[in-house]
Design a protein around this ligand. Structure first.
Ligand SMILES: *[C@@H]1O[C@H](CO)[C@@H](O)[C@H](O)[C@H]1NC(C)=O
Ligand SMILES: *[C@@H]1O[C@H](CO)[C@@H](O)[C@H](O)[C@H]1NC(C)=O
Length: 462
């Protein structure tokens, strides 16, 4: 320490470092990435995708839902970062440093650093699924993976986990949001301390599309359109959009347990551009409004009412429409692009000056006015719920005298023959048969109420 002759200069250096850290944390340009989901049988090769993202889009990062070696190889030397996901089911087996080391050796070391791997995302939305082995082992697995990276001298990869926003107590204004009491101390406090210690971000998946019911179907508020806004009487802040409100709920809950300084990354957000007949909100116009305004908002670096000027690295969901995704039609239509790389709509993510290729089909239909969701409420599974849980919901609902004949073979709702599709029908029928009380749409926390009608083809949800 010959450099520092007295406490005074040390003090100045400390303030200087603090300032640098602050500027670095909150003034860096917002990074925009995209989720590269691959549940489709018509997608271009990872090499073509990597080339497309690098040369035609403004994305500097992609996120995948596994650690597909073909994708990791394709993005080598592109300077596009790739974040990989550890499947939920793998979490319980990664709770020793030895096992984590094996995982890193198999999935990271062959590709790093030629491929810029940014985050290892341990599990996707584990709290939605109520699998205690996954929930309780999440932090131990994250710690072991972090230790394994450290032992392998890999310092530029951070360990995190992606969370759905079913994590708050009750419905309240953003500044009063708190983590669910059953998870605040036991789950989030130690998790956020890990993030602080390892300088890794807390990753959330805010989806105003799935919150429409919770926000009183204020579609303009969800879509960043002109609207009366939401006044938070506790903080005195006014919210003009649901996205900011979700971010500030997260920030308030983190702050309430003393961790408001941990960085927040948006792991997924987006809006589908097409849905079944009864789905009035999944339209090209709405997807364009949501994602187009989101991109502007993120790139502006304006932050939120409670986090002014903070930037949020954001991963839009998703890159492509995915034709093999189970469930209602909207599930297949989250993409910004079709598999032939034509944009579904112009969300502002193509590189400046490049003409936007003309979409081949379908053309955006001029909408007469803002579509409003039907007033009717439906009970559906939350996104990300496992097939095992869905099957148990299905079995339970059908054992309670619910009318399950439409999902029997030959019935109008038998296709697609996926557990999710059939469970959705059964869960909604159960909810209807119980007089539509909220408590009948719980299914151990795996269900949610929506005003988006899940009907499709000849399968009519009553
Ligand atoms: C690589 O990407 C980073 C941002 O992710 C950027 O700052 C840097 O300039 C890029 N390097 C090259 C050689 O393009
Ligand atoms: C945010 O940035 C603007 C413009 O640079 C500045 O005027 C304002 O004081 C900043 N607000 C905070 C809280 O830092």
């Amino acid at each position: 320490m010959t450099l520092f002759t007295n406490n005074h200069s040390f003090h100045h250096l400390f303030l200087f470092l603090l300032l640098i850290t602050f500027l670095h944390l909150f003034s860096s340009t917002a990074a925009l990435g995209v989720n590269y989901g691959m549940i489709a049988d018509n997608l271009p090769s990872p090499t073509e995708v990597a080339n497309f993202i690098k040369t035609q889009t403004i994305f500097d990062s992609v996120k995948i839902f596994d650690s597909n070696p073909d994708v990791l190889r394709a993005f080598a030397n592109t300077n596009i970062s790739v974040s990989v996901t550890v499947a939920n089911g793998e979490i319980p087996s990664l709770t020793t440093v030895r096992a984590a080391r094996r995982w890193v050796n198999a999935h990271i070391r062959p590709f790093h650093p030629q491929t810029k791997i940014k985050y290892i995302i341990v599990g996707n939305e584990v709290l939605l699924l109520n699998n205690l082995a996954e929930i309780n082992n999440l932090l131990p697995a994250m710690k072991c993976l972090n230790r394994a990276l450290h032992n392998s001298q890999i310092q530029d990869i951070k360990v995190t986990s992606a969370h759905a926003l079913n994590i708050f107590n009750g419905l309240t204004v953003p500044s009063l949001a708190r983590f669910r009491i059953d998870y605040a101390k036991s789950f989030f406090a130690p998790l956020l301390l890990f993030h602080r210690r390892t300088k890794s971000p807390f990753m959330i998946n805010p989806y105003p599309y799935f919150e429409l019911n919770a926000i009183g179907n204020k579609l303009d508020f969800a879509l960043f359109k002109r609207n009366p806004g939401l006044f938070d009487g506790h903080s005195g802040k006014t919210y003009t959009n649901a996205f900011d409100a979700l971010l500030d709920k997260t920030f308030s809950a983190m702050s309430a347990i003393g961790c408001g300084d941990v960085e927040i990354v948006i792991g997924e957000t987006g809006w589908p551009s097409q849905g079944d007949g009864g789905n009035l909100v999944a339209t090209i116009d709405n997807a364009l409004s949501y994602n187009g305004n989101l991109v502007r908002e993120i790139l502006s670096g304006n932050g939120t009412p409670l986090m002014p000027n903070r930037t949020f690295e954001t991963y839009i969901f998703g890159l492509f429409n995915e034709n093999q995704k189970p469930g209602p039609l909207a599930e297949k239509n989250w993409g910004l692009f079709r598999p032939d790389f034509t944009p579904v709509y112009n969300a502002g993510v193509l590189r400046n000056g490049r003409p936007v290729p003309t979409p081949t089909q379908p053309q955006p239909t001029p909408s007469p006015a803002t579509p409003v969701p039907s007033g009717k409420r439906f009970c559906v599974p939350k996104p990300g719920v496992t097939d095992a849980q869905l099957q148990s919901n299905l079995d339970y609902a059908c054992s309670q005298g619910t009318n399950c004949s439409p999902i029997q073979p030959g019935g109008p709702c038998a296709e697609p023959p996926t557990t999710r599709s059939r469970a959705t029908f059964a869960m909604n029928s159960f909810y209807r048969s119980k007089g539509e009380v909220d408590s009948a749409c719980d299914f151990s926390g795996t269900a949610q109420i929506t005003t988006v009608n899940p009907s499709y083809g000849n399968c009519h949800y009553v």
